[in-house]
Design a binder for this molecule. Structure first.
Ligand code: GLN
Length: 255
């Protein structure tokens, strides 16, 4: 037997940035890597804590309330100096909601304060008048079939993509980035920004494996991930897609 492969996931600000089960995404990454025989280490890094980038194969950061985003933003901007060149070089990252907003140019809180972002995504977020809350189904070309991505959103901010940004998907159900242009999330290099929270990776194994593949290729290890039994995950996924289809049909009937 060869040496056991390792996978190291950096979890940024787990105390401040962890809403609606975001931590479940880290658990899904860990579990699907362990099923393939990887030894997984999760490195939690809070404000002002040291970090050895050589140990990081994949980055995760969850969503947060406005006050929590304001609390971490200075540290995140400082971290950007070492994070941004690595993201440009292909380090994969999953950024949910409040983290996605801070990877854009700016985030305007519900109270009107404008927090600067890292500007990785050509996107900005304005305060909306009402929160977007509920199930989301989107379609992406990033993964193979099925193209659907399911999840749950809860945000006040409205995100607008600039001309050089690529959306992660287009919404079939839910509001997504801003409730107007049909886009959801953003993708650049191997970084996914999305409004979909903690049920994202557990219910979207194709997205989880894409991130794991990106982590392997960042380390120059382009090997195939062995297939695993994911009957339950797809059953959960299909329940949400079926519900979305029913809701859309009901809406159309009412019109
Ligand atoms: N505070 C941000 C907003 O309301 C992000 C919320 C979140 O991460 N769910 O838009």
């Amino acid at each position: 037997m060869g040496e056991q492969q390792s996978l190291r996931i950096l979890y940024l600000y787990p105390d401040e940035m962890n809403l609606y089960g975001d931590r479940g995404n880290v658990l899904a990454l860990r579990r699907r890597a362990e099923w393939r025989g990887f030894a997984v280490e999760v490195i939690a890094r809070g404000i002002a804590q040291p970090l050895n980038w050589d140990l990081v194969d994949l980055v995760f950061m969850g969503g947060g309330e406005d006050s929590h985003q304001a609390r971490i933003v200075d540290d995140f901007l400082a971290l950007g100096e070492s994070l941004l060149p690595r993201l440009e070089a292909g380090l994969p990252m999953l950024a949910i909601c409040g983290a996605y907003q801070l990877l854009g140019q700016s985030y305007q809180t519900a109270e009107g304060q404008v927090l600067p972002g890292l500007g990785f995504f050509d996107a900005w977020t304005e305060a909306g008048r009402e929160r977007a809350i509920g199930d989301v189904v989107s379609e992406t070309t990033l993964t193979g079939a099925p193209k659907t991505v399911v999840g749950f959103e809860n945000h006040g901010g409205l995100t607008y993509l600039g001309s050089s940004a690529t959306p992660l998907g287009r919404v079939l159900l839910g509001r997504g980035n801003n409730g107007k242009d049909g886009t959801e999330g953003a993708v650049k290099r191997h970084v996914i920004g999305t409004y979909l929270h903690g049920s994202l990776l557990p219910k979207n194994p194709h997205l989880t494996d894409l991130l794991l593949n990106w982590a392997l290729s960042y380390r120059g290890r382009d090997e195939e991930l062995a297939p695993v039994d994911e009957t339950l995950e797809w059953a959960a996924h299909r329940v949400i897609v079926a519900r979305a289809k029913r809701e859309r049909a009901d809406d159309l009937r009412k019109k």
